[in-house]
Design a protein around this ligand. Structure first.
Ligand code: GDP
Ligand code: IMO
Ligand code: MG
Length: 433
């Protein structure tokens, strides 16, 4: 019943896509509320692996309607490609199955060029963005001259707007960043074609969601990115340009807090990060390779969007408790537990230290986090392969203890433990109501 949220509790890539796919079973609407095609959500259904960047992962279930909310930034080219990927995979996506908010903003090639130019200018201080134009698109939005999806409905005015937008961006690209200008005519023509194809998908998303909630149907808000990448609450400036946290789901969809039912925080059983920025529990050497994988398995830690090897480390419970506070998780879902099988021991960061002083929580949130040293607890590992575990009792005691310790320190119950990428590879500890 009403609004459930699936929120990344770390730096993204926690396995939100596969959790959304699970919860979408009971949802009538699955809605993205922030970010754009910087996301990469993998859903494994039998032999099919869907790698989705923009459309809600919940569309992989045939009964759902997908929504791209007002908080999303849309690259129309990616969107059309993904609709095709789903259709080629036997999942049909007619306009009745996907609704685009009129207030969502569009990403253009000018935004992508600016993203690249800004990263280049930052030099050694670069953020390591996905180069998808996300930051510049949100900059245009907050500067109040972004292009909104609804503008695609008036072809002539839209063409003029895109042209003027590219020309304005060109002045920045050439004047400030010494980068190449784009052909505004060509971009406008390209976007006119997208507008023609996407028009039927644009409609009132606020009303659609409100009516579903009033009818008692479940609406699932699909988080992209993660709490530590949140513009306000993350490890600024090494963050994305939106609010991928639970509060962001409300503004990003236009829903009041009264409708919120469950807020599920998705966390990997260890921790990863792509791009720059602090990572106190980061590992190097043999253990890093062990957790990352070498790239031969589809789930090994290489970015879905950029192919970059992900940085890996031990699970940081101080940061997870911080994420718990920012989002108000009702439960945690722990993913990739199977990857920890076979380790002699597993470390958990349970506190921090600085100049001889111990901290249970960082005194300034994640600000200057790198000045603190993690304090670890070492727990015994387990040798058993847990990929076929389906209930709590199937898990080795050492694994159960690992989960219990996480619950204790973070102060929230673990509701799901995933033990492989497949739909069924899930230990369910609670059933959502
Ligand atoms: P998202 O961005 O949060 O949706 O996560 P990604 O899809 O980018 O990254 C998660 C990766 O881990 C994907 O390749 C998933 O198929 C894979 N995955 C998710 N859960 C599990 C699990 O329990 N075990 C294993 N081995 N892989 C998993
Ligand atoms: P999903 O939804 C992991 C990171 C980038 C970079 C920073 C800013 O798959 O979890 P941006 O292009 O957004 O301006 O980049 O944010 N980033 C992600 N990291 N998973 C993601 O999405 C990410 N989306 C953005 O690597 O550090
Ligand atoms: Mg991802």
């Amino acid at each position: 019943m009403p609004l459930d949220m699936v929120i990344g509790a770390q730096w993204g890539d926690e396995g939100k896509g596969r959790m959304v796919d699970l919860f979408a079973e009971k949802a009538s609407i699955v809605a993205r509320f922030s970010g754009g095609d910087n996301a990469g959500h993998t859903v494994t259904v039998g032999s099919q692996i869907f790698k989705l960047h923009l459309v809600p992962s919940g569309l992989a279930r045939a009964h759902t309607i997908g929504v791209l909310g007002n908080g999303v930034v849309i690259n129309p080219n990616t969107l059309l490609k993904e609709i095709k990927i789903l259709e080629d995979g036997g999942v049909s996506v007619p306009p009745e199955r996907l609704r685009i908010s009129p207030a969502a903003h569009l990403i253009t090639p000018a935004h992508r060029a600016l993203d690249a130019a800004q990263e280049k200018m930052r030099g050694k201080d670069s953020i390591g963005t996905t180069l998808r134009g996300i930051g510049p698109a949100y900059m245009d939005k907050t500067a109040r001259h972004g292009i909104r999806a609804a503008e695609m409905l008036d072809e002539e005015a839209f063409t003029d707007r895109v042209k003027a937008h590219v020309e304005a961006a060109n002045r920045m690209l050439t004047g400030v960043y010494h980068a190449e200008a784009l052909d505004s005519q060509l971009v406008a023509a390209e976007y006119l074609e997208y507008a023609r194809q996407l028009k039927p998908f644009i409609g009132d998303t606020v009303g659609l969601i409100a009516e579903a909630l009033q009818a008692g149907e479940t609406v699932l808000a699909e988080g992209a990115q993660g709490t530590l990448l949140d513009l306000d609450h993350g490890t600024y400036p090494f963050v994305t340009s939106s609010n991928p946290t639970a509060p962001g789901a409300l503004t990003g969809l236009g829903v009041g807090p009264v409708w919120v039912n469950q807020v599920i925080g998705v966390a990997k059983a260890f921790q990863t990060r792509v791009g720059e920025g602090g990572f106190p529990t980061e590992l190097e050497g043999e253990m890093a390779v062990r957790l990352r994988g070498t790239g031969e398995n589809p789930w090994d830690e290489y970015g879905t969007t950029t192919g970059r090897p992900r940085r890996v480390g031990w699970l940081d419970l101080v940061l997870l408790r911080y994420a718990m506070r920012v989002n108000g998780f009702t439960h945690l879902a722990l993913t990739k537990m199977d990857i920890l099988s076979g380790l002699d021991s597993i470390k958990l960061c349970v506190g921090y230290q600085r100049e001889g002083v111990s901290y249970q929580d960082l005194p300034l949130g994640v600000y200057q986090m790198e000045l603190y040293q993690p304090v670890y607890e070492e727990l015994p590992g387990w040798v058993e392969d847990i990929q076929s575990a389906r209930v709590w009792q199937d898990l080795p005691v050492a694994c159960q203890n690992y989960v219990r310790r996480i619950e204790e320190v973070v102060g929230v119950r673990v509701g799901w433990i995933s033990v492989g990428p497949e739909r069924e590879q899930m230990v369910r500890l609670v059933d959502l109501e």
